[in-house]
Design a protein around this ligand. Structure first.
Ligand code: BTN
Length: 252
């Protein structure tokens, strides 16, 4: 299990870490405690009700992955869901590359893949101030499959763990420490190189993709990811659309 006291020594003092043996969902827990300080980090060794996007379940077996949520109260440029999700993805990629030497890719917007398999997902949730059009808090949740584990049937073909691809085995704490440190640097500095890094590690750019919505599906060419991390799509009729949310699939 990841130890808060130990981890705290390896990361910027901005963070306040709390570790739990088991939670339903670290995101749900933190969304119920948004009065805590900015920089609060909730880590669970296991989640019994891990949440993915679109109401999906996020498989979070004990001791195998990193199940982490971070409380932010942003007012800088990196303040919206898209930019925070992008910063989380970039920090995760950098940490995995540093610790394991594996270069992962980002599948816009929330998934991190290695050799076509999802090893990490991001779920960013926001809470608005009562009666105002102002964001009170953001909860950034990330799950990273780290140690190898038997994948249940429903994710067996699409998910993998970092250590499925390497003989290197490291404590999860090291990856968390590096991830939080990279994230802090991006969050505090508004690093302009982040956008270029993101694009160069994107899996979707210059590909034909399918946009999947509740009531429709359509195809388009992923032309660009703009400065706001929207996906710029050229549709079959030649018109352009900037997507800021939604599910996509890639035709490889
Ligand atoms: C996705 O793949 O759709 C997003 C997965 C996000 C999972 C993380 S694990 C930590 C945090 N707590 C949750 O319940 N979900 C996020």
């Amino acid at each position: 299990m990841i130890r808060a006291m130990q981890l705290q020594k390896e990361i910027p003092s901005f963070y306040h870490v709390h570790c739990f043996e088991q939670l339903g969902s670290t995101n749900t827990w933190l969304m119920e405690h948004t009065d805590m300080e900015e920089g609060t980090v909730i880590i669970a060794d296991e989640q019994t009700g891990g949440k993915g996007r679109n109401g999906r379940h996020y498989h979070s077996p004990k001791g195998s992955g990193i199940y982490l949520s971070l409380l932010l109260k942003p007012d800088g440029a990196l303040h919206d869901v898209l930019s925070l999700t992008a910063a989380t993805a970039v920090a995760c990629l950098k940490a995995i590359e540093e610790v394991y030497g594996l270069a992962c890719s980002i599948k816009w917007l929330n998934d991190i893949l290695y050799e076509g398999k999802k090893i990490s997902g991001i779920l960013c949730e926001g809470k608005m101030m009562a009666g105002k059009d102002v964001m009170q808090a953001m909860v950034v949740g990330i799950g990273i499959n780290v140690h190898s584990f038997e994948k249940p049937e429903e994710i067996a073909g699409i998910a993998a763990s970092v250590e499925d691809f390497t003989d290197i085995q490291k404590p999860r704490q090291l990856l968390v420490a590096r991830f939080l440190t990279y994230f802090y640097d991006l969050y505090m500095s508004d690093d302009s190189s982040m956008h270029a890094f993101y694009k160069s590690h994107s899996l979707v750019l210059d590909k034909v993709i399918t946009v999947i919505r509740e009531d429709e599906r359509y195809m388009g060419y992923a032309q660009d990811i703009d400065e706001q991390y929207r996906l710029v799509l050229r549709r079959e009729d030649g018109t352009y659309e900037s997507l800021s949310s939604g599910e996509i699939s890639i035709r490889l």
